[in-house]
Design a protein around this ligand. Structure first.
Ligand code: ADP
Ligand code: MG
Length: 696
């Protein structure tokens, strides 16, 4: 038997169980062993009933003397009460709202219970304890710590324990170690075989924790290895070395109507330094909405263009590409270069030629010019530029591409980069994001990317007034006032999570739109926006909003990505509790882009203290990084964009913010990389790991 052995070859696993296991995605022995307990019940320290401690967790073992259900008149609650006796004394045990217990448990049965003991008026009671019935056969469950697994129909924790115990006893001496010995020693880890035994059948809770640490360590170590390996591979690739043209950079920065912030200066220097090297830059520029990332993209671009290299800039939506195109030609008007904008379905193409205004050109011409090298900077959506299926004559080809800039995307693979370059080298990559990602996550997940951070907004920005609102009327009054002043407002509808996501979301946004346009603001001009609309429609609505053709935009979360509407001053978010803080922060960034005071209203019907506290962080903090750290702490990493798709096992997720562990695993990975070829097992694991994990 080895880790790949299918579950049907495991003793006690018949066809029925195979099916049920499949539902838990357990197909092989390895899957079975790596299906870790959700929690443990500690039955290891059994006290005599006469010795139990009040206001503390206790574990007792005894006989059920009697058990019955009582209907409490108070709130119609069901209470099951039992009297348990051991050789020393007896105690009353109560469970709330679990009426079935009165049937599952019977008088005269032997039972172990673990739970908190309270002094209730004059009576000592054990409150809602977890329990295990004891029969003579069940020695696995007695007097020790018992694993509790996620259960599915037909598979109980008990069954898993019964099947696993003999299995593990049988194979534990034959489990080959997957981590290098020196690492196990240095970081005080359990061996794989110990860890597998201890995670399922721990001797103490501490040992279970140690076992978990070993598994998490191993996963994070593999992630680090993968990152370092990719980084090394990058450094072997060739890229065009683009010298830093100080004269042009000075001219450019002097031409700006503002001074670069310290964060911008530092980041631009890191970018320019990277492009000077002869291996490809792989840099992520992170900065809050409005922190001024675009200017740095322009600066890097002009530096590349002056070295006779082409630049391509890709953004996720057409609206954004148009916005970038405008920014680029405005900032580069006096620099004598050509910029092309490749747009989508409307088949409209523009190019900025020298000092004249923008002109339309045909796609054919634009592509020709790009291929001839007459277009210095090409801007378009990622879909359009990397389109693999398009006809040959419609493919974008460059003459000499030196720099790729991607807005609001984190990664762009080496292979994809290579396909854009006509030469035998890989263009430099600058990706930009306003999605605030906690540092711990960037270190693990984007460990192969270099990171630049613009940590402060330019001076003089007005703080957006943020309020958590439970009274809608108040928010509507303010919106009315703002619109009467000539401003505009966003209303975001809550996120709806269900299988029918799209349908329900569209219904929600349609209902909201109806309500606002008919009942609340019949005199204002209102439009709506959702993800199921055609790109053309969406674009038109955003354009109209920007051109002040209507007052209120009711939308789903599709407005999230960087659209600039300086005249909008109100962001009202319905069901704010349904969004993560990082996302709320992104919404808030849609306003406050002009010189007027802006407002962000967070609406919630939630009465939960912790929820309101969480949303209140939005009032307290205006740094996206700070908010994302809080989000990570409170809600775990699952909410961060893409995290769910990475393929990282759940048990590792909760450790993604453990800085100590991140440091250790990175160090371990750094140390082993030069000797990787001496660890064939590790090499092989890394390979299969690379195929399984998709960090994006
Ligand atoms: P983002 O980082 O969200 O992409 P942008 O690049 O769109 O932000 O910049 C937002 C606005 O801030 C733009 O109008 C830009 O001209 C302006 N800006 C950028 N840098 C500075 C600065 N150092 N001082 C003042 N305004 C700046
Ligand atoms: Mg931007």
């Amino acid at each position: 038997m080895n880790f790949g052995t299918p579950v049907e070859n495991i003793p006690h696993v018949g066809p029925a169980y195979q099916k049920r296991l499949k539902k838990l995605k357990i197909r092989t022995l390895a899957d079975f062993l790596y299906n870790f307990p959700r929690e443990y019940k500690d039955f290891s320290k059994i006290s005599k009933i006469k010795d139990i401690k009040i206001n503390a967790e206790n574990c007792i073992k005894g006989k059920i003397i009697e058990i019955k259900e009582e209907k409490s008149s108070f709130k119609r609650m069901s209470i099951v009460k039992a009297l348990i006796e051991d050789e020393s004394a007896s105690i009353e045990v109560v469970w709330f709202n679990q009426p079935y217990l009165a049937k599952t448990l019977k008088a005269d049965e032997e039972i172990m219970l673990s739970g908190k003991v309270n002094l209730n008026r004059y009576q000592v009671q054990m409150m809602s304890p977890s329990f295990e019935k004891i029969s003579l056969k069940e020695s696995i469950h007695i007097g020790r710590i018992i694993p509790v697994y996620t259960e599915t129909k037909g598979i109980t924790s008990k069954w898993i324990r019964y099947t696993l115990k003999p299995l593990i006893d049988n194979i534990k001496d034959k489990i080959p170690e997957t981590l290098p010995e020196e690492i196990i020693r240095k970081y005080n880890l359990l061996t794989l075989s110990q860890a597998i035994e201890e995670i399922h059948f721990p001797q103490t809770i501490e040992m279970a924790t140690n076992a978990r640490r070993r598994f998490v360590f191993e996963q994070m170590f593999l992630i680090s290895l993968l990152n370092i390996k990719k980084r090394k591979e990058f450094q072997k690739e060739k890229a065009p070395s683009i010298p830093i043209n100080l004269e042009i950079i000075k001219r450019f920065t002097n031409s700006l109507p503002f001074k670069l912030t310290d964060g911008q200066k530092k980041s631009s220097w890191q970018i320019l330094k990277d492009m000077e090297r002869s291996f490809p830059m792989n840099r992520l520029l992170q900065g809050d909405v409005g922190s001024g990332k675009t200017v740095l993209a322009v600066l890097a671009s002009i530096n590349a263009v002056k070295a006779k290299k082409q630049v391509v800039l890709m953004a996720p939506t057409e609206i954004l590409t148009k916005q970038h195109f405008k920014t680029f030609f405005n900032l580069l008007k006096s620099f004598n270069i050509n910029i092309g904008l490749l747009t989508g379905k409307e088949d409209l193409y523009y190019s900025k030629k020298l000092k004249s205004d923008t002109i339309e050109i045909s796609r054919k011409k634009l592509l020709e010019k790009t291929q001839k090298g007459e277009i210095d900077i090409l801007i378009g959506t990622q879909a359009l530029i990397t389109q693999e299926k398009s006809k040959k004559e419609n493919k974008v080809k460059f003459k000499d591409l030196g720099l790729i800039v991607i807005d609001e995307q984190h990664r762009f693979g080496v292979k994809q980069r290579a396909t854009l370059s006509p030469k035998n080298d890989i263009p430099h990559l600058l990706s930009m994001t306003a999605t605030p990602i906690p540092r711990t996550l960037t270190l693990t997940i984007w460990g192969d990317l270099d990171l630049s951070i613009i940590d402060k907004l330019p001076q003089g920005r007005k703080k957006i007034k943020t309020e958590v609102i439970t009274n809608r009327e108040k928010a509507y009054k303010l919106i009315e006032k703002e619109i009467e002043k000539g401003r505009q407002a966003f209303v975001i509808c809550p996120r709806i999570e269900s299988d029918e996501d799209d349908k329900l979301t569209i219904k929600a946004v349609t209902d909201e739109y109806e309500k606002i346009s008919k009942d609340i603001f019949p005199n204002f001009r209102i439009e709506m926006l959702h993800g199921k609309m055609k790109t053309k429609e969406k674009d038109k609505i955003m354009r109209d909003f920007k051109n002040k053709k209507f007052d209120i935009l009711v939308s789903t979360s599709v407005v999230e990505v960087g659209i600039d509407i300086p005249n909008a001053t109100v962001m009202m978010i319905e069901g704010a509790d349904r969004f993560g803080l990082a996302q709320l922060h992104q919404f808030r960034g849609r306003v406050g882009r002009g010189s007027n005071q802006s407002y962000c209203f967070l609406l919630t019907d939630s009465k939960s203290k912790t929820t309101i506290q969480r949303i209140n962080a939005m009032v307290k903090y205006d740094s996206g990084f700070k908010l994302s750290e809080i989000d990570l702490k409170l809600r775990g990493p699952g909410d961060f964009s893409g995290v769910r798709q990475w393929g990282i096992p759940d048990f590792v997720m909760s450790s993604l913010n453990n800085m100590e562990l991140i440091k250790e695993t990175r160090e371990a990975a750094e140390n082993i990389i030069p000797f990787l070829n001496k660890h064939p097992i590790l090499e092989k694991r890394l390979q299969s790991f690379e195929e399984k994990i998709h960090l994006e």
